[in-house]
Ligand binder design. Sequence first.
Ligand SMILES: [Zn+2]
Ligand SMILES: [Zn+2]
Length: 293
Amino acid sequence: MPEALTSSDTNVCATLKVGPYTVRGISVGGVYTTVQVPELSLLLDVGIPLRAFCAADRIFLSHGHVDHVGGLPGLLGVRGMMQKQAPPEVFMPVEIVADVLTALAALTRLQRYELAIKPVGMAPGDEHHLGNNLYVRAFRTHHPVPSLGYQFIRKVSKLKPAYLTLPGAEIGARKARGEDLFDKAEHLELAYATDTLVRVLDTNPSMLKSRILILECTFLDERKALAESRAGCHIHLDELIEVADRFENEHLVLMHISQIYTPSEAREIVFKRVPPHLGARISMLAPRRGSWL
Ligand SMILES: [Zn+2]
Ligand SMILES: [Zn+2]
């Protein structure tokens, strides 16, 4: 099997080492999805409140379906036990902010403990600075409810080639005079898209150039007809195979696999069906052994 990237797994939570990043989580289509990237301090969706992820200060919700947001109140409750004072920033489609706050207000009354968040509503194309040189840019995904994908970007300044030979003092002096000495470069580090039609690859093609791409692939073979998969606004492996040559990513992490497959079946099908040049870059967010939780 060409997948050599998994560093360790437990029965339920997969841990993948992809390039410089760790991608940890649990993801079963329609059941729950939550994915952590500790090096970037990101938590992607909260379909289930895994205790180890509850200290997250930055959460990105793809959409409002319960397999992606159902664990948020639980996570906030566990944070309370951890004495985390500041509410986490929760990025989400701007259309769902009011409903998420209303739901948390009702649960706060039940809990008699404030389940507070700092909401950040985003629309496709919106960009937000996350600190240091890290930014997030939202992009449209294609699902029956308001939904977003997220591209995480590092923005770096590089001295323009014409100035490379100048001594440091001269560069400092020119900078002080307000000369524009730098080229700006964007490094597309990691993109996340789930619960979407495959045409997201056309409407946001830069995700194909992201170093790491975490992408749903809910259905894998004829057990789910392509038409049915599309009707539910999900990606079928047939569709990824068709565009296998377009992926320029160093690593492609497939997740949100349907529970109609066991984890080991899912691996077998994926690595048997995809062309080897893509298979060599695929990791699956699925336990190596046993069944889904
Ligand atoms: Zn889902
Ligand atoms: Zn959904």
